[in-house]
Design a protein around this ligand. Structure first.
Ligand code: PXG
Length: 460
């Protein structure tokens, strides 16, 4: 049982003070101040409670991160024990510590065999910052210092720091903080919106070929790596057509461009595989990880390197001019160990692959397959997106799809479920410990929210 929390202050009081001190993520702060944020005070399993005592089923695992759900005492115990033993030390100046070593042993026992090294960070954004410098360093060591350009995708998301947001393809983010040199972008493989008359297979192929065109335009001798999420996460939970990843891999290999998978959302069991690239069947050179590494209980991320890259950096690289105070933090490492052991030893990832994942996908298709508002359902494991469509036959999207999706999310809150809206898509990514009954509740409540949205759009 989680420790109950009775808020000692009125919601309005919290909201006023919140408005006085915070600039929240990705919204107009003035508008939020007028409305007031929900104050979340407690979590247990898949459920959250707000300061008014209202309970929500969290269909988004926080921000795609609480794989084990809330209130896991094995994780809190691991943190407390490690804090008592060694609250902090670092990996600078000829030191290391058992927690980070044991974490890495465990991590690489879960990863395919061609990965060998990791550089820990505190977040996914940092993992992608480190990625750029590490990839460039690798090419310097390999005697190809001109290989500097990173290619990302429009609408991709790789974090909010300067270089990570530049790798990402969200133009409104670029407008706020500027781009950095030596970054280019190609289109995302979003067939429903951009596929036109092409079949998904043709479109996937066409999108992948854009990478080849971009490499040739920039000169392969200048291109260091291609970064992408195996499936687009924050950009709308968009799955590429099956033809996409094999072509991308072929192109990266052909032009000696590193294939860098951002597994921050897809990693640690979300798709039913330990890592999303395994679901899609390709072999990246690097993996950016965070979120599910600790189930979000404490910040931790990292950049995983292939043995080929690590060997070059270690054997020929000399001084690696990088380091973060909290890289491999013992308390974060202890929590990550407890988290990964639970995901493995309680058979949670296997359960997502064999039981709850297929069940969730089947129920979603039964409930929404013929829904008047839903044009497409994508997903696998405990991950799904519902695409709103004004006209399903022509895949026409609503001009105000953003507003509709936001409204649907608000209806969800009213019904006691948290789902995510992006453009015209509703996203679900519940904790991996979700039971069939909890998945039923998630789908039921989402259906009520979608029905209410359909009535608003005169579709029901
Ligand atoms: N890469 C990917 C693929 C991500 O999804 C990051 C990097 C950055 O991680 P940090 O730990 O620096 O935030 C992310 C983060 C959303 C949402 O609502 C998604 C993220 C963060 C916040 C909200 O979809 N992804």
């Amino acid at each position: 049982m989680n420790v109950p929390f009775e808020p000692t202050r009125q919601t309005l009081d919290y909201q006023k003070s919140d408005a006085a001190h915070h600039i929240h993520a990705f919204l107009d702060q003035k508008a939020l101040n007028a409305e007031g944020p929900r104050v979340i005070v407690r979590g247990e399993g898949l459920y959250l409670w707000d300061s008014e005592g209202k309970r929500y089923l969290d269909g988004m695992s926080g921000l795609w991160c609480t794989q084990l759900g809330y209130g896991r005492h094995d994780l809190t115990h691991a943190a407390a024990t490690q804090m008592d033993r060694l609250a902090y030390y670092n990996m600078f100046f000829h030191t290391t510590h058992p927690a980070v070593i044991e974490l890495s042993e465990l991590l690489f026992s879960l990863l395919p065999g061609h990965y060998s090294h990791v550089i820990y960070t505190n977040s996914g954004s940092e993992a992608n910052e480190v990625l750029i410098r590490t990839v460039r360093r690798f090419w310097q060591v390999m005697g190809k210092p001109h290989k500097k350009v990173m290619i990302g995708r429009w609408n991709g998301y790789h974090g909010s720091t300067l270089a990570a947001s530049a790798l990402g393809g969200m133009k409104f983010m670029h407008e706020m903080g500027g781009l950095i040199p030596d970054v280019a972008h190609i289109d995302e493989p979003y067939w429903y919106a951009q596929g036109g008359d092409l079949t998904p297979a043709e479109f996937g192929h066409r999108c992948a070929l854009q990478l080849e065109e971009k490499i040739l335009e920039l000169g392969a001798e200048n291109v260091a790596g291609f970064i992408a999420e195996p499936f687009q996460g924050a950009g709308g939970m968009i799955f590429p057509p099956e033809s996409y990843w094999p072509q991308i891999q072929r192109i990266c290999r052909q032009y000696d461009v590193l294939l860098c998978a951002d597994e921050v959302i897809g990693g640690f069991g979300r798709t039913g595989e330990w890592f999303a690239h395994q679901h899609f069947g390709f072999e990246p050179d690097t993996l950016s990880i965070a979120k599910g590494l600790t189930s979000g209980y404490i910040p931790m991320g990292g950049l995983v390197l292939s043995k080929r890259m690590a060997d070059a950096l270690v054997e020929q690289g000399g001084v690696f001019a990088h380091g973060l105070t909290y890289s491999g933090h013992p308390v974060a490492a202890a929590v990550a160990i407890a988290n990964l052991k639970a995901l493995r030893d309680e058979g949670i990832v296997r359960q997502v692959k064999e039981d709850t994942g297929p069940y969730f996908q089947q129920v979603l298709r039964e409930v929404f397959g013929n829904h008047p508002l839903i044009g497409e359902i994508q997903g696998t494991g405990l991950l799904a997106a519902l695409q709103f469509a004004e006209d399903k036959a022509t895949r026409k999207r609503f001009a105000n799809e953003n507003d509709l999706a936001w409204q649907c999310r608000t209806f969800g809150f009213e019904e006691g479920v948290i789902i995510r809206s992006t453009l015209g898509r509703m996203i679900m990514a519940p904790a991996l410990v979700a039971t069939r009954a909890e998945l039923d509740e998630l789908v039921d409540k989402t259906r009520i929210a979608v029905d209410r949205t359909a009535r608003l759009a005169n579709r029901l």
